[in-house]
Write a protein that binds this ligand. Structure first.
Ligand SMILES: [Zn+2]
Length: 206
Protein backbone atom coordinates (compact mmCIF):
# COMPACT_ATOMS: atom_id res chain seq x y z
CA UNK A 1 0.00 0.00 0.00
CA UNK A 2 1.35 3.42 -0.92
CA UNK A 3 0.58 6.77 0.75
CA UNK A 4 -2.04 7.75 -1.85
CA UNK A 5 -4.01 4.56 -1.22
CA UNK A 6 -3.62 4.94 2.51
CA UNK A 7 -5.04 8.48 2.55
CA UNK A 8 -7.98 7.44 0.38
CA UNK A 9 -8.88 4.72 2.90
CA UNK A 10 -8.57 6.86 6.04
CA UNK A 11 -12.11 8.28 5.93
CA UNK A 12 -13.56 4.80 5.57
CA UNK A 13 -11.56 3.65 8.57
CA UNK A 14 -12.84 6.56 10.65
CA UNK A 15 -16.39 5.77 9.59
CA UNK A 16 -15.87 2.11 10.52
CA UNK A 17 -16.63 1.37 6.92
CA UNK A 18 -13.54 -0.59 5.94
CA UNK A 19 -13.03 -4.32 5.39
CA UNK A 20 -10.90 -5.86 8.07
CA UNK A 21 -8.11 -6.82 5.65
CA UNK A 22 -7.88 -3.28 4.24
CA UNK A 23 -8.01 -1.81 7.73
CA UNK A 24 -5.09 -4.00 8.77
CA UNK A 25 -3.09 -3.00 5.68
CA UNK A 26 -3.73 0.68 6.37
CA UNK A 27 -2.74 0.37 10.02
CA UNK A 28 0.44 -1.46 9.03
CA UNK A 29 1.28 1.31 6.58
CA UNK A 30 0.74 4.01 9.17
CA UNK A 31 2.99 2.18 11.63
CA UNK A 32 5.86 2.57 9.20
CA UNK A 33 4.90 5.97 7.74
CA UNK A 34 4.97 8.97 10.14
CA UNK A 35 3.46 11.29 7.49
CA UNK A 36 0.34 9.15 7.08
CA UNK A 37 0.09 8.60 10.82
CA UNK A 38 0.10 12.35 11.40
CA UNK A 39 -2.44 12.90 8.63
CA UNK A 40 -4.71 10.28 10.16
CA UNK A 41 -4.55 11.92 13.58
CA UNK A 42 -5.53 15.27 12.08
CA UNK A 43 -8.45 13.68 10.25
CA UNK A 44 -9.51 11.94 13.42
CA UNK A 45 -9.61 15.10 15.52
CA UNK A 46 -11.43 17.04 12.77
CA UNK A 47 -14.07 14.34 12.50
CA UNK A 48 -14.51 14.29 16.26
CA UNK A 49 -14.94 18.05 16.27
CA UNK A 50 -17.49 17.92 13.45
CA UNK A 51 -19.33 15.05 15.06
CA UNK A 52 -19.57 16.90 18.35
CA UNK A 53 -20.78 20.03 16.58
CA UNK A 54 -23.46 18.21 14.58
CA UNK A 55 -24.49 16.27 17.62
CA UNK A 56 -25.05 19.45 19.62
CA UNK A 57 -27.01 21.02 16.77
CA UNK A 58 -29.28 18.03 16.37
CA UNK A 59 -30.14 17.74 20.04
CA UNK A 60 -30.64 21.23 21.50
CA UNK A 61 -30.10 21.35 25.21
CA UNK A 62 -33.38 20.46 26.92
CA UNK A 63 -32.60 22.65 29.90
CA UNK A 64 -32.22 25.81 27.83
CA UNK A 65 -35.53 27.27 29.04
CA UNK A 66 -34.56 26.31 32.57
CA UNK A 67 -31.30 28.21 32.35
CA UNK A 68 -32.97 31.30 30.85
CA UNK A 69 -35.53 31.32 33.66
CA UNK A 70 -32.79 30.93 36.26
CA UNK A 71 -31.09 34.00 34.84
CA UNK A 72 -34.17 36.09 35.68
CA UNK A 73 -34.05 37.55 39.22
CA UNK A 74 -36.25 35.72 41.73
CA UNK A 75 -38.46 38.71 42.58
CA UNK A 76 -39.18 39.41 38.95
CA UNK A 77 -39.94 35.75 38.42
CA UNK A 78 -42.62 35.75 41.10
CA UNK A 79 -44.25 38.85 39.72
CA UNK A 80 -44.32 37.46 36.22
CA UNK A 81 -46.54 34.45 36.75
CA UNK A 82 -47.05 34.14 33.05
CA UNK A 83 -43.40 33.10 32.73
CA UNK A 84 -44.37 29.74 34.22
CA UNK A 85 -47.03 29.37 31.60
CA UNK A 86 -44.58 30.37 28.87
CA UNK A 87 -42.16 27.78 30.22
CA UNK A 88 -44.80 25.09 30.10
CA UNK A 89 -46.05 26.04 26.65
CA UNK A 90 -43.08 27.45 24.74
CA UNK A 91 -44.41 26.34 21.35
CA UNK A 92 -47.83 27.90 21.89
CA UNK A 93 -46.26 31.14 23.08
CA UNK A 94 -44.03 31.38 20.04
CA UNK A 95 -46.98 30.57 17.78
CA UNK A 96 -49.18 33.16 19.49
CA UNK A 97 -46.60 35.91 19.15
CA UNK A 98 -46.06 34.92 15.53
CA UNK A 99 -49.78 35.08 14.79
CA UNK A 100 -50.07 38.47 16.49
CA UNK A 101 -47.19 39.87 14.47
CA UNK A 102 -48.64 38.44 11.26
CA UNK A 103 -52.08 39.84 12.03
CA UNK A 104 -50.55 43.18 12.91
CA UNK A 105 -48.87 43.49 9.54
CA UNK A 106 -51.99 42.19 7.79
CA UNK A 107 -54.06 44.83 9.56
CA UNK A 108 -51.72 47.66 8.63
CA UNK A 109 -51.78 46.55 4.99
CA UNK A 110 -55.55 46.37 5.12
CA UNK A 111 -55.71 49.85 6.62
CA UNK A 112 -53.45 51.29 3.94
CA UNK A 113 -56.01 50.18 1.38
CA UNK A 114 -58.96 51.64 3.21
CA UNK A 115 -60.66 54.80 2.15
CA UNK A 116 -61.29 57.66 4.49
CA UNK A 117 -64.69 57.74 6.16
CA UNK A 118 -66.11 60.96 7.62
CA UNK A 119 -69.10 60.93 9.91
CA UNK A 120 -70.82 63.99 11.27
CA UNK A 121 -74.27 65.39 11.85
CA UNK A 122 -73.54 68.48 9.86
CA UNK A 123 -70.74 68.63 7.32
CA UNK A 124 -71.61 71.84 5.46
CA UNK A 125 -68.55 73.94 4.84
CA UNK A 126 -66.23 71.06 5.66
CA UNK A 127 -63.72 70.39 2.91
CA UNK A 128 -63.30 66.67 2.29
CA UNK A 129 -60.36 65.57 0.18
CA UNK A 130 -59.11 62.10 -0.68
CA UNK A 131 -57.49 61.46 2.69
CA UNK A 132 -57.95 64.74 4.49
CA UNK A 133 -60.78 66.62 6.19
CA UNK A 134 -60.40 70.36 6.54
CA UNK A 135 -62.54 72.51 8.79
CA UNK A 136 -61.72 75.99 7.47
CA UNK A 137 -61.09 79.01 9.63
CA UNK A 138 -64.35 80.73 10.54
CA UNK A 139 -66.50 77.63 9.92
CA UNK A 140 -68.53 76.15 12.76
CA UNK A 141 -69.31 72.44 12.71
CA UNK A 142 -72.19 71.57 14.99
CA UNK A 143 -72.09 68.11 16.55
CA UNK A 144 -69.55 65.32 16.76
CA UNK A 145 -67.12 64.51 14.01
CA UNK A 146 -65.57 61.10 13.40
CA UNK A 147 -62.85 60.47 10.85
CA UNK A 148 -61.55 57.01 9.90
CA UNK A 149 -58.28 56.57 8.02
CA UNK A 150 -57.52 60.18 7.39
CA UNK A 151 -56.02 63.43 8.55
CA UNK A 152 -58.21 66.05 10.20
CA UNK A 153 -57.07 69.64 9.86
CA UNK A 154 -59.02 71.93 12.14
CA UNK A 155 -58.78 75.68 11.59
CA UNK A 156 -62.34 76.53 12.58
CA UNK A 157 -64.76 75.53 15.34
CA UNK A 158 -66.23 72.18 16.23
CA UNK A 159 -69.08 72.21 18.70
CA UNK A 160 -68.73 68.61 19.76
CA UNK A 161 -66.21 65.78 20.01
CA UNK A 162 -63.65 64.96 17.36
CA UNK A 163 -62.62 61.31 17.10
CA UNK A 164 -59.91 60.18 14.72
CA UNK A 165 -59.62 56.43 14.17
CA UNK A 166 -56.43 55.26 12.47
CA UNK A 167 -55.54 58.76 11.48
CA UNK A 168 -54.15 62.02 12.80
CA UNK A 169 -55.50 65.38 13.83
CA UNK A 170 -53.93 68.76 13.34
CA UNK A 171 -55.29 71.68 15.34
CA UNK A 172 -54.37 75.15 14.17
CA UNK A 173 -54.03 78.00 16.65
CA UNK A 174 -57.38 79.28 15.39
CA UNK A 175 -59.09 75.96 16.07
CA UNK A 176 -61.66 75.58 18.79
CA UNK A 177 -63.10 72.23 19.73
CA UNK A 178 -65.68 72.37 22.50
CA UNK A 179 -65.77 68.62 23.12
CA UNK A 180 -62.98 66.10 23.54
CA UNK A 181 -60.39 65.12 20.98
CA UNK A 182 -59.61 61.42 20.75
CA UNK A 183 -57.19 59.53 18.59
CA UNK A 184 -57.66 55.79 18.40
CA UNK A 185 -55.34 53.42 16.64
CA UNK A 186 -57.56 50.42 16.10
CA UNK A 187 -54.85 48.05 14.93
CA UNK A 188 -52.55 48.88 17.84
CA UNK A 189 -55.24 48.71 20.49
CA UNK A 190 -56.47 45.46 19.06
CA UNK A 191 -52.98 43.92 19.22
CA UNK A 192 -52.42 45.34 22.70
CA UNK A 193 -55.75 43.93 23.83
CA UNK A 194 -54.79 40.50 22.50
CA UNK A 195 -51.40 40.55 24.23
CA UNK A 196 -52.72 41.66 27.63
CA UNK A 197 -55.57 39.20 27.32
CA UNK A 198 -53.17 36.36 26.57
CA UNK A 199 -50.93 37.05 29.54
CA UNK A 200 -53.60 38.00 32.08
CA UNK A 201 -55.49 34.76 31.49
CA UNK A 202 -52.33 32.71 31.04
CA UNK A 203 -51.44 31.67 34.63
CA UNK A 204 -54.79 29.96 35.18
CA UNK A 205 -54.38 27.93 31.99
CA UNK A 206 -53.39 24.33 32.53
ZN1 LIG B 1 2.26 6.89 3.94
Amino acid sequence: MDCKQAVSLMHSLLDDDLEQSSALELKEHMLGCPACKEHFHQLESTEQLLYGFNHRLQTPSPDLTERILKAIPEKQKQQAAWLKWVKRHPAITVAAVFVLVMMGSALSMWNADQQMIVKGQQLDGVIIEENKVIIPNGKVVKGDLTIHNGLAEVYGDVEGNVTVVDGRIFQASTAHISGSVQQIDEAMSWIWYQITNLFSSAPSAK
